[in-house]
Write a protein that binds this ligand. Structure first.
Ligand SMILES: [Zn+2]
Ligand SMILES: [Zn+2]
Length: 191
């Protein structure tokens, strides 16, 4: 799985994806796994572009239940090899080099919605440079790597389906809410 294929999956090339690409490959190397091995579980602490690279390269996906999202807003990724609790925690410590005042001003214009050719050119150029420096850096420059013990999350269970008394659609049992004498799905219970 090279970076080009990862870009195809994600839809565009960006520094975040490059970071995720490096995290994913490091995780496979650290845990001695091949790409897409099923016994790998990833706990991601953000939902940025980087996570797409992890899904694509490591095969840790939302649907399979081996991608766990913790909304902490941190560039931290923990990979666990099932059935052991052997895990590696990868924290991004890399900081992008500080921008010159001129570039800074362009970024401000960009985030204010300016999409002029002049602004786009500078923004694209800086993004490409950032991406390339991430791809070229050593693991030690990018990451703080630690071996940790992690409690394994429970495997996905299959639940009984209940028909919601409000909308008539099926809902898995643990997500139903009793309102008065009616068993409702979450959206109906909030009406
Ligand atoms: Zn992206
Ligand atoms: Zn309902």
């Amino acid at each position: 799985m090279n970076f080009k294929d990862t870009i195809k999956f994600h839809g565009h090339a960006c520094p975040g994806l490059a970071l995720g690409y490096r995290v994913a490959n490091l995780a496979l190397k650290e845990l001695g796994l091949r790409a897409r091995d099923e016994e790998l579980v990833a706990i991601v602490e953000n939902n940025s572009c980087a996570v797409d690279a992890i899904q694509f390269i490591c095969g840790c996906t939302f649907g399979k239940g081996n991608l766990i999202f913790k909304d902490f807003g941190k560039q931290v990724y923990t990979f666990i090899r099932r059935p052991h609790s052997e895990a590696v925690r990868i924290a991004v410590k890399w900081q992008p080099p500080s921008e010159d005042p001129e570039t800074e001003a362009m970024w401000t214009r960009y985030s204010d919605g300016d999409r002029s050719a002049e602004v786009i050119a500078v923004v694209q150029d800086r993004k490409a440079r950032k991406m390339n420096s991430i791809l070229a850096a050593d693991d030690a420059e990018l990451f703080e790597i630690k071996r940790v013990q992690v409690e394994l999350p429970e495997p996905a269970r299959i639940y009984k389906s209940i028909t919601c008394a409000g909308c008539g659609e099926n809902v898995m049992e643990p997500r139903t809410r009793m309102v008065g004498d009616k068993l409702l799905c979450v959206p109906c219970s909030q009406k």
